[in-house]
Design a protein around this ligand. Structure first.
Ligand SMILES: [Zn+2]
Length: 145
């Protein structure tokens, strides 16, 4: 759903076999790029307040990504080797927390709706949710999309 909403480029596989990482990693890259672009756009419009807001969002993103990568070993061990029986709640808790926080990046905290790219033609012009709480301009000053 995130890949669809954020127009994430997912590698095509002829055999149709996909693993979580095929979607997750490009979705994470796309989100990082959108935040980066939103910050750059705020700078272009001289909006220092929003620039700081996006720097905070990016800092939260970075912290969550680090935890997600750190917990990846547990997910891989369990998805691929059915090793779950050897794991305790304490092993899983940080994994669950990291991935819950990661999923939370892609939804609006107010309406719970998924963030999505609004497009003009093939160019993304904003990232937004349904309620309008999230409305990130991606159109830099002086650039027509
Ligand atoms: Zn919303």
């Amino acid at each position: 759903m995130v890949c669809d909403a954020l127009r994430v480029r997912v590698t095509y596989k002829l055999n149709g076999r996909r693993v979580l990482g095929d979607f997750l990693l490009p979705a994470m890259d796309q989100y990082r790029e959108i935040v980066k672009k939103a910050r750059k756009t705020a700078i272009s419009w001289g909006d220092g307040e929003r620039q700081i807001e996006f720097e905070e969002i990016d800092s939260i993103r970075s912290e969550i990504y680090k935890r997600t990568y750190a917990e990846q070993w547990a997910v891989n061990a369990n998805v691929h080797y059915n090793n779950w029986a050897n794991f305790s709640e304490n092993d899983f808790r940080p994994v669950v927390d990291a991935f819950r926080d990661l999923c939370g990046l892609f939804v609006c905290s107010k309406c719970g709706g998924m963030l999505r790219l609004a497009m003009t033609g093939i160019k993304p012009v904003s990232a937004r949710c349904n309620c309008g709480q999230v409305g990130w301009n991606l159109t830099e000053k002086g650039k027509t999309n």
